[in-house]
Write a protein that binds this ligand. Structure first.
Ligand code: URA
Length: 270
């Protein structure tokens, strides 16, 4: 049985109620609260601020007259679990993560876009929901909407499997941390993941995909490449992020329009 919230119930961590999100079924979930307003206004110039609690800043946009929530998740798997649990109780069904990533393949350049189909579960939070053998896979219809939107928009993108870690430094085999040390079991892990075809490191997909599969929700992810790990450990300057951001905003808006049109036509994929 699904534990939906009552009409006036306020969610403890996000500060949201069903009335505040006005029946939104779709949520864009960037990590950074600072990116929420711009993302919401790129969908709808009249988007409205809804609430801001802890890591969770929320705006509401209208796309094709359908309410679309834009809410930050904060960084990492544990923060994602609060976002998914509370938005699901309010009736959100589809989550699209919009974030940044570090590529580990030579053909994925700074400013490119990655649409992940699945993720390696190097996170911890998803283990509370499913055994580690359970795959962290995105929802295929949502992935295909993003793929078709990216192709139509002429945005350079690649699809692939991310590695979701709980640590930006040793977990992603970075040596430029304060301590500079990576545990032996993680030394060489970037090269192993590159060799088996994974495309990128990030920190939220595995938790998002696993929870959504287990809870019968839909999830997908689109990220801009801000570090090219085959060249360097560094994160690129802000203008690279802005280039990627322009691209994924366009892709996400087109994909939402497709998904909304599809659901109105009874779910047929055109
Ligand atoms: N986000 C990550 O998790 N890793 C990167 O290298 C860049 C962004």
């Amino acid at each position: 049985m699904k534990n939906y919230a009552g009409p006036a119930e306020i969610m403890y961590h996000t500060g949201l109620s069903a009335g505040m999100i006005r029946g939104a079924k779709y949520a864009l979930v960037p990590g950074d609260p600072g990116r929420v307003e711009g993302l919401a206004k790129s969908l709808d110039e009249n988007a409205l601020f809804v609430a801001s609690h802890r890591d969770y800043t929320t705006w509401l946009a209208q796309v094709e007259n359908a309410p679309v929530l834009v809410m930050s998740t904060g960084m990492g798997g544990p923060c994602v679990t609060f976002a998914v649990e509370e938005l699901a109780r309010l009736g959100v069904e589809t989550f699209i993560r919009v974030g940044t990533t570090g590529s580990i393949q030579d053909d994925l350049n700074l400013g490119d876009v990655v649409i992940n189909t699945a993720s390696v579960r190097m996170d911890g939070a998803s283990r509370a929901y499913a055994p580690i053998e359970f795959p962290a896979v995105a929802d295929m219809d949502t992935v295909l909407a993003l793929r078709d939107a990216a192709a139509e928009a002429g945005v350079p993108f690649k699809m692939g499997i991310s590695i979701s870690t709980d640590s930006f430094w040793p977990g992603q085999e970075r040596y430029d941390s304060f301590g500079g040390y990576v545990l032996k079991r993680l030394q060489g892990s970037l090269e192993d993941f590159r060799h088996i075809g994974c495309t990128n490191y990030e920190m939220e997909n595995a938790t998002l995909f696993t929870l959504c599969s287990v809870l019968d929700l839909k999830a997908a992810s689109i990220c801009g490449v801000v570090a090219k790990r085959t060249d360097s450990e560094s994160v690129a300057p802000h203008d690279i992020y802005e280039k990627a951001e322009q691209r994924f905003r366009e892709v996400v808006k087109r994909a939402l329009k497709k998904m909304i049109a599809r659901s109105r036509s009874g779910g047929n994929i055109s």
